[in-house]
Write a protein that binds this ligand. Sequence first.
Ligand code: UDP
Length: 336
Amino acid sequence: MQKVLVSGGAGYIGSHACKALYAAGFEPVTFDNLSTGWAAAVQFGPLEKGDLLDRDRLDEVFAKHQPIAAMHFAALSQVGDSMKNPGGYWRENVLGALNLIEATVAAGCKQFVFSSTCATYGDQDGVVLDENTSQHPINAYGASKLAIEQILANFGATFGLRHVIFRYFNVAGADPDCQVGEYHIPETHLIPLILQAVDGQRPALTVFGTDYDTADGTCIRDYVHVSDLVDAHVLGLNWLLDGKENRQFNLGTGTGFSVKDVISAAKLATNKDVPMTYGDRRPGDATALVSGSERAISELGWKPTKSNMGQMIGDAWRWHQNGGYPEEANAKANEE
Ligand code: UDP
């Protein structure tokens, strides 16, 4: 089996990617420091515990497994947090990625798939964002990811490192088989927070800002099912293995949902009320982020089939009711 090194394979999106890679006939080797990920999420290949800031450890893992490609998910990924702690985002995201990219090149591995974000586009007032839209991030998270895109362009030109960059819109849902799912402590993302409010694990969801320039005053985002998103990664890997050009692809659906739209959809999907309050805007939030995703569909042959709001919330709800990963397994693995 050809191996793929998956940084962040113990995290939300990385664990789903490992499942998709395994199903496609690859062996995913997870490289993760378990700072926010879960050993219990690593079910489809080996776990190599390590930190991206530890270059020696990276070299060791590349030498041991000789992967044909690296897929890079590990990152700090919260917009609000990045406005409070920009240094952490530059250090862990940019230096971490630089180490991984350099280790990939040093190991003679030629393929790199990178998780970037729509936050690299910034706030562009009503524009549907396609891959040719200029990038002007308005938060440290987006800025750190854009810097990594630029590093990849440089390493592509100088060392021939071949890469596909995916700019994610808002990733949601969980594996329909409930083997892996979204499990953050603390949780900061909209849909899991709504579900926690629905079942009484928190008193209410706070809607961040009701005075945006949108129809109902709340922010608009484009949500994509995590299982669809990771399918695109397997297509991106095969794109590189087929010798195709370095390329950027948005991953979204082209449909925007306001925060209030998502709350209404959650009421329908769970058949329960969503306790909520209204609060201030969250610094760093763009008004609207909606993808033009034609390129992934026409060039990669991506076919998102699960990215409707009902299925995304329904799958997240079933995963939530399952209770996440078993606490004991997590505690034991995180201590090792
Ligand atoms: N949001 C909210 N209340 C929360 C968390 C998020 O109103 O407790 C809003 C947030 O302002 C944004 C949208 O929900 O407009 C999606 O936020 P999330 O953190 O899930 O993803 P992001 O867009 O930051 O990647």
